[in-house]
Design a protein around this ligand. Structure first.
Ligand SMILES: C[S@@+](CC[C@H](N)C(=O)[O-])C[C@H]1O[C@@H](n2cnc3c(N)ncnc32)[C@H](O)[C@@H]1O
Length: 302
C-alpha cells in the first residue's frame, strides 16, 4: 500500500523509492514486480532510467486509484513517506536548475571547432598590456571566463548576461577563483545598465553572433566607454557551419573584418589592431578599437 500511495503521487525510480521507504532493493523490486503484474502499477523506461507510476488507462487503474484514495494522507507512516517524497522532488528541481552546466559543455563542442582558446586569450590580454584599467566590462559573460582572465589585471570587473542561469554559473566561478573585485549582473547587451563613459575596457567575446543587430551592440558598448577606452570584439570570421545556427542559436554566421570596422567607425571608434587566428573550420577574429573622446551627450555634461 505504501508503494501504491507513493506511485500515486509521483513517477519514481526504484532508487528513489528505496530512499523513501528505507527498505532493501530486492524487497522493493519484488513488490513493484507483483504490483505491475497485478496491473496496479505501470513501469516505463526513459533512456536508461525505469520509472514506476500508478496504473492509468488500464482495466485495473480505477482499482489502483480507489485503493490509494482509501489511505488518508494523515496516516503517520504515509505522512512520513510523503515528506521524504517532497525532499526527492526538491532535489530533482535543484538538478534541473543546473541545466546551464550542460550549456557550458555544449560550448566546449564549439571550442573544438576553433583555434586553441589559449592562443585567443593571449591575444586578448595583449590588448590591455601596460594599461591601467579601473573598470572592465564583459558583455555576455556566460561562464565568466573573461572575468577570470582579466579580473586579476584590473581594479573592478563586471560581467553582464541576459541569462540568470549563466549568471549563477559565472558567480560560482568567480567565487571559486576568489576574484573579489569581480561581479556579475543581469543585463542586456542592447541597453547596458551603466552610465555613459563609465568603463575603461569593454569586451564582447563570442557574443556578437547572437545579436540580431550587432551594429547596435557595438554602439552601446561605445556609449559606456571612457575617452581613451578600449573595445575588444572577438568572434568568428564568416563561415558555413550551419549547425551553429541550427543547434546553437547563432544569428550571424561570422563577421567580415571590414563590416565590423565600419560599425566601429559609425559608433565613433578608431582602429587599433586586428588579428585573425585561422582555425578549421572556424577562424577567430579579434578587433581592438579605441574611443578617442567621450560620447557626446545632448543636453548633459559628461
Ligand atoms: C558563448 S556564450 C559566453 C561567451 C563568454 N563571453 C565567454 O567568453 O566565454 C554567449 C553569452 O551571451 C549571452 N547573451 C546572449 N544574448 C544576450 C543579450 N541580449 N544580452 C546579454 N547577454 C546575452 C548568453 O546568455 C551567453 O551566456
Amino acid at each position: 500500500m505504501r508503494l501504491l500511495v507513493l506511485c500515486g503521487h509521483a513517477e519514481l525510480t526504484v532508487s528513489e523509492i528505496i530512499q523513501i521507504l528505507g527498505q532493501s532493493q530486492p524487497r522493493v523490486s519484488r513488490h513493484l514486480k507483483l504490483l505491475c503484474e497485478a496491473g496496479l502499477i505501470d513501469r516505463f523506461q526513459e533512456g536508461s532510467w525505469v520509472y514506476y507510476r500508478l496504473a492509468n488507462k488500464s482495466g485495473t487503474s480505477l482499482l489502483a486509484r480507489y485503493l490509494v484514495d482509501l489511505v488518508p494522507d494523515s496516516d503517520p507512516v504515509v505522512a512520513r513517506d510523503l515528506e521524504r517524497l517532497n525532499a526527492i522532488k526538491q532535489a530533482r528541481s535543484d538538478a534541473a536548475s543546473s541545466y546551464f552546466k550542460e550549456n557550458a559543455s555544449r560550448w566546449n563542442e564549439i571550442r573544438s571547432l576553433q583555434v586553441e582558446e589559449k592562443e585567443v586569450e593571449t591575444l586578448l590580454l595583449k590588448a590591455i598590456e601596460g594599461k591601467k584599467v579601473i573598470d572592465f566590462l564583459d558583455i555576455g559573460t556566460g561562464t565568466g571566463r573573461m572575468l577570470e582572465l582579466f579580473g586579476p589585471l584590473v581594479d573592478y570587473a563586471i560581467g553582464i548576461d541576459s541569462s540568470r542561469e549563466m549568471l549563477a554559473y559565472a558567480r560560482t566561478a568567480i567565487e571559486e577563483a576568489e576574484l573579489r573585485n569581480c561581479q556579475v549582473r543581469l543585463g542586456d547587451m542592447y541597453t547596458l545598465p551603466f552610465a555613459n563613459a563609465s568603463q575603461d575596457v569593454v569586451i564582447i567575446h563570442q557574443v556578437l553572433h547572437y545579436a540580431d543587430r550587432p551594429k547596435a551592440v557595438i554602439a552601446e558598448a561605445r556609449r559606456v566607454l571612457r575617452p581613451g577606452g578600449t573595445l575588444i570584439v572577438a568572434d568568428f570570421a564568416p563561415h558555413h557551419v550551419e549547425s551553429l545556427r541550427a543547434d546553437h542559436a547563432h544569428r550571424q554566421m561570422g563577421f567580415d573584418s571590414v563590416q565590423v570596422w565600419d560599425w566601429c567607425a559609425d559608433a565613433g571608434l578608431e582602429k587599433v589592431d586586428f588579428q585573425s587566428l585561422k582555425g578549421n573550420p572556424l577562424t577567430v577574429n579579434i578587433w581592438i578599437a579605441a574611443s578617442r573622446e567621450a560620447v557626446r551627450v545632448l543636453g548633459a555634461a559628461e
